[in-house]
Design a protein around this ligand. Structure first.
Ligand code: SAH
Length: 219
């Protein structure tokens, strides 16, 4: 690494520490999650031209008309899933840039993530390899089908919004498992936490959010 590169990396690290302080102030208290945010280089999950904004607490556009979620939302969703302790496995629907999956890889033993746009799935896979996140499995496919081979999951996170919670995903949730999912029409969705108790699925409304839609089939 050149002197200039090292200097840039250092500046990004400072920016991440500042982001973590901001997240604390807006109510993210889980140290496991904050440590993950401090560690994952969010700027490397976006195009070079957008990197100067990587550590603002905002969602940003990525390739293929998709978005990388806002750090606060990533931290909030991850905290709700973990509740202060590590997860054995987690299924993510909507890999996108791969940033959320990278954060999950630091709080879970194994991460499964599905993306319906092939270039995004491929790009994310390369990023995980390059950055050494080696407990993430990426699948190019339709998230509506879930990932039955490794089910049931103690935790699931959906990062695109369906109008209704897909039954296939509920079926793949383990007993006592937790799913966090935005539900609703374009532009207005409610973030929900669903907890499975045998055949009962308890729903808790968390907050209003905006995600891209969960679309059927692969592209
Ligand atoms: N978690 C991402 C945010 C992704 S945006 C991140 O951290 O960057 C939502 C993603 O969900 C988009 O990439 C979109 O292509 C994908 N998506 C939408 N419908 C899907 C489906 N049915 N299956 C898998 N991925 C889907």
């Amino acid at each position: 690494m050149s002197h200039k590169d090292r200097e840039t990396e250092y500046q990004y690290l400072i920016a991440r520490k500042r982001l973590v302080e901001h997240l604390r102030q807006v109510g993210i208290l889980d140290e496991l999650v904050l440590a993950a945010i401090e560690k994952v280089p969010r700027h490397l999950f976006m195009e070079a031209g957008a990197r100067y904004r990587a550590y603002e607490d905002t969602a940003l556009a990525i390739e293929c008309g998709q978005t990388i979620s806002q750090p606060y939302i990533v931290a909030q969703m991850t905290s709700v899933l973990c509740r202060g302790s590590r997860l054995s496995s987690v299924l993510e629907i909507g890999t996108g840039s791969g940033y959320q999956a990278a954060i999950l890889s630091l709080v879970a033993d194994t991460v499964y993530t599905i993306e319906r746009i092939e270039v995004l799935a491929r790009q994310a896979k390369h990023r995980f390899e390059a950055l050494g996140f080696n407990n993430i499995q990426v699948r190019y496919g339709d998230g509506y089908q879930g990932w039955p081979e490794s089910a049931p999951y103690p935790a699931m996170i959906v990062t695109a919004a369906p109008t209704e919670v897909p039954q296939t995903l509920l079926d793949q949730l383990a007993e006592g498992g937790r799913m966090i999912i935005p539900v609703g029409a374009l532009g207005f969705q409610e973030l929900m936490l669903i907890t499975r108790h045998q055949d009962r699925f308890d729903r808790k409304l968390l907050e209003e959010v905006r995600f891209v839609p969960l679309l059927p089939g692969i592209r």
